[in-house]
Design a protein around this ligand. Structure first.
Ligand code: PHE
Ligand code: ZN
Length: 880
């Protein structure tokens, strides 16, 4: 086993010994030998400087020369390794350090620092990529003003971009080269630096800010794809307007640029004034993008734009504070999308993502607090916990303080900390000071890992007209945190009366109740409601007001009643999910024990009720008809999981639902056909979602008529949502008809890598024994490229993350395949390799046979010499 480097701890934070006020970067671009001269104005941080010794970090950095105040330093005056540059005896006042480095962007397969993508140059610096460009104080609390000069061959890179506003540019006489200078007046940490150069297409627009300033907008992409950028541009302008109205935040530079690139480790990056995007979150048109793709483009464009205030103008003091920018910005983009689309539908989608991605993390070996206190490799902490649970914590803050208190706190935060590198304590203090609220207990949400469990029990006393609700909370142990304290948890609720409306109560004791929010603060509380005229059905956690697991003692009849009547759409959806989940958990047990599962009639009745309720929007009905996934059921069961039994129970349930709903499915499907000209708006998308969901349920019944309808749906589709919807139904049902359709889809889009990712994903998702062999073949298919993270995630990521039965094959071949692939990829792109490896996070919850095989595969990875810090960190924690 390898020994890891020493961990970084929050409690060891020290302010930097030096600060850097200005940075001048002069790039002379070349595909294999780019020359960079960095001129830094450095000042000792009076209280902290350690007697004139300056340490700058690098990472595989190649030094050419270093000068101090204009004089070249002799080799004896400094010490340089690829990861460190130490200069002894620097002045105790301001001085200028000039560092020359040489970079080979073509050899950079990690996609961190300066690299090449589709023949263009591009940088990625968060979290620690800037040090791969030059030696630096590469930490977020060193804020400098950057000026960037880029020089390149005109034919190779006609477009030269960097952060800030454009300055001087022109040809270099007597050469085939040209240059451009960019200046960013806003001090920023190095992780927000960006430079892009190459031959790119562009669309342009403009935006007038609330104070009347004109901002130029540009989106760059590969030539020929400009037409697919218009939706992103529209989303950008709506985001800019929304941040003004919802948060009073105005854009601050003269220009805002987005560049879409095809090789990118993550979704997108909020570099000041120059956002760089994974092109899958920019490009969209009806023939190549699904409705989900459109929604993702809108959400990611908004997310990166919103970072301009939450992340850039106010940044993080250190990487432990990552949720300060990420959780808050996810909350902001979720709110934006809710305002643009349907709030309940967006909420259900977000909660499903949280439960599918964050809950398993919080319940497994990789659990960590929203604000971690220790890390080995920061790249591994861009997690669902930091992002999605981080957003839930901000949402709870808003629920606790109310909209006005929340806005007052945000206003104070922006006011107080503009230009700062801030902490979670700063953030919470702004809300406490603006509203007078005591947030001390609430702050535990940032410090305690693990999904809290809330057990609820209600009791009605008709004679006394009293309803008693007992709520008990507990937070499970997680790595490094065995004992937890009770947290301040806002429970939005209602007591549903016999006519379906919420019943009034006249007095409450046992908890602070404000409007429809109950504040749970103790380990256990009994809340007594007086003057309750009839036995209520409790509707708890409306809108999913806290990221917890709720266990409630409620009958199937009451759930059916709630599904029909709850005034909170989220809980109508939740009631149906709970009914379905109970069926699936029992059914899985039945299958495993060789009994044949039965289906609760209340569930079919609830689905029927939702399906035929014309007052409900189609998108909501679609969400309700989509039952918990196999992974959802596995998570609910939690131990000795047998994925084959779950898949069989789910198949059986969908068949029973199809039979139970009978002809209604076909009739409703028919009524939704023919939507006219495609538009990507939420209403039209909702109709398509319902129609595709109905088709999927019809096919679950297995009739020839349904399969014919699916093939017809696929062939006659005039947009990607319908085409992929039908294809995905054929693939997920592992129907023999699928292969011809998949091949036809591949041939139609053979020149479109983003669409081929959808094809790779479906190939990897087929729940059939032959899938693993098919994937091994596809690794050598011309449409696959191990160097491109999107291809890797589409084929291997989908297999390990979404194909429950095949990744978890009883013979362990799925685990072995993933281990081999991760080991191979680790040498080229450690970040993406480590992310794939996270697919093992729930291995301990598997039944004994699979558990042993998964453990073997993990141990084989751990035993390999020369693992990257990224992969070593994940494998070590996963096995711990
Ligand atoms: N900060 C990016 C975001 O908006 C994510 C990211 C992290 C991108 C690290 C690249 C590298 O969420
Ligand atoms: Zn972000």
């Amino acid at each position: 086993m390898k020994t890891a480097t020493a961990p970084i701890r929050l409690r060891d934070y020290r302010a930097p010994a030096f600060t850097i006020d200005t940075v001048l970067l002069d790039f002379k671009l070349d595909p294999v030998a780019t020359h960079l001269t960095a001129t830094l104005s450095i000042r000792p941080n009076s209280a902290e400087a350690v007697l004139g010794r300056l340490e700058l970090v690098g990472d595989e950095t190649v030094l050419k020369s270093v000068s101090l105040d204009g004089a070249l330093l002799a080799p004896g005056r400094y010490h340089a390794t690829p990861s460190l540059l130490v200069i002894e005896d620097v002045p105790d006042t301001v001085f200028t350090l000039t560092i020359e480095t040489i970079i080979d962007p073509s050899a950079n397969t990690k996609l961190m620092g300066l690299y090449r993508t589709s023949g263009n140059y591009c940088t990625q610096c968060e979290a620690e990529g800037f040090r791969r460009i030059t030696y630096f104080l590469d930490r977020p609390d060193v804020l400098a003003v950057y000026t960037t000069r880029i020089e390149a061959r005109k034919s190779e890179a006609p477009i030269l971009l960097a952060n800030g506003n454009p300055g001087e540019s022109g040809d270099i006489p007597g050469t085939d080269r040209h240059f451009a200078v960019w200046h960013d007046p806003f001090p920023k940490p190095s992780y927000l630096f960006a430079m892009v150069a190459g031959d790119l297409g562009v669309i342009t627009d403009s935006f007038t800010t609330m104070s009347g300033r004109e901002v130029e907008l540009r989106i760059y992409c590969e030539h020929g794809k400009e037409g697919r950028c218009t939706y992103a541009m529209d989303a950008l302008k709506r985001s800019m307007r929304w941040d003004e109205t919802a948060f009073g935040r105005e854009y601050d530079l003269d220009i805002f640029i987005i560049v879409a690139v095809s090789d990118f480790n993550m979704g997108a990056m909020e570099n000041k004034g120059l956002n760089v995007f994974n092109d899958k979150y920019v490009l969209a048109d009806p023939d190549t993008a699904t409705d989900a793709d459109y929604a993702n483009v809108e959400g990611v464009i908004a997310h990166e734009y919103f970072h301009n205030w939450t992340g850039n103008r106010i940044t993080c003091r250190d990487w432990f504070q990552l949720c300060l920018k990420e959780g808050l910005t996810v909350f902001r983009d979720q709110e934006f999308s809710s305002d643009m689309r349907s709030r309940p539908v967006k909420r259900i989608a977000d909660v499903r993502t949280l439960q599918a991605r964050q809950f398993p993390e919080d319940g497994g070996p990789l659990a960590h607090p929203v604000r971690p206190e220790i890390y080995h490799e920061i790249s591994n902490f861009y997690t669902p916990t930091v992002y999605e649970k981080g957003a839930e914590v901000v949402r709870m803050l808003k629920t606790i303080l109310g909209p006005d208190g929340f806005r007052a706190g945000m206003d104070l935060y922006f006011d107080r900390h503009d230009g700062d590198a801030a902490t979670i304590e700063d953030f919470l203090a702004a809300f406490a000071d603006a509203t007078g609220a005591d947030l001390e207990q609430f702050a535990l949400w940032y410090a305690q890992a693990g999904t809290p469990q809330i057990v609820a029990k209600g009791q009605y006393d008709a004679n006394a007209r009293v309803y008693k609700l007992t709520l008990a909370q507990s937070v499970p142990s997680t790595p490094g945190q065995l004992v937890k304290k009770p947290m301040h948890t806002p429970i939005r609720f209602g007591l549903i009366g016999p006519n379906g409306a919420d019943i009034a109560f006249d007095e409450v004791s046992g908890a602070r109740v404000e409007g429809d929010v109950l504040h749970l603060t103790e380990a256990s509380q009994t809340v007594v409601f007086g003057g309750v005229g009839a036995r209520p059905v409790p509707s708890l956690l409306r809108g999913f007001s806290a990221p917890v697991r709720l266990a409630i003692d409620i009958s199937a009849e009451d759930l059916l009643f709630q599904a029909r009547t709850d005034s909170d759409p989220f809980n109508r959806w939740q009631a149906v999910q709970t009914l379905a989940m109970r069926n699936l958990v029992t059914g899985s047990g039945d299958v495993a024990a060789g009994r044949s599962p039965t289906v609760e009639p209340a569930l079919v009745a609830a689905l029927e009720g939702i399906l035929s309720d014309e007052t409900l929007e189609p998108a909501f009905r679609a969400q309700t008809l989509q039952m918990p996934s196999e992974a959802d059921v596995a998570r609910e069961i939690g131990h000795d999981v047998d994925p084959d039994a779950i898949a069989a129970a789910r198949k059986r349930l969908r068949l029973a639902v199809c039979e139970g709903l009978g002809n209604t499915l076909f009739v409703r499907y028919g009524l939704l056909s023919g939507g006219g000209q495609f538009t990507p708006d939420a209403r039209s998308a909702g109709r398509r979602a319902l129609r595709n969901t109905l088709l999927d349920l019809m096919v679950a019944g297995g009739s020839r008529a349904a399969i014919t309808a699916a093939l017809d749906h696929f062939e006659t589709a005039d947009n990607m949502t319908d085409r992929l919807g039908a294809l995905s139904t054929l693939a997920h049902a592992a129907l023999p008809e699928r292969q011809r359709a998949l091949d036809a889809f591949h041939d139609r889009y053979r020149d479109d890598p983003l669409v081929l990712d959808k094809w790779l994903t479906l190939e990897a998702s087929v729940p059939a024994d032959e899938t693993l062999d098919r994937i091994k073949l596809l690794l050598h298919h011309p449409s696959f490229a191990i160097g491109n993270p999107n291809r890797v995630r589409a084929l291997v990521g989908s297999f390990a993350g979404a194909n429950q039965t095949q990744f978890n094959r009883p013979d362990g071949a799925g685990y072995d395949f993933l281990a081999d692939f991760v080991l191979d990829l680790d040498r080229r792109n450690p970040q993406t390799a480590a992310r794939l490896l996270v697919s093992f996070r729930s291995w301990r919850a598997l039944e004994a046979g699979r558990r042993a095989r998964a453990e073997n595969a993990l141990k084989r990875i751990a035993a390999r010499d020369g693992l990257s810090p990224d992969t070593l960190d994940i494998v070590t924690r996963t096995l711990a």
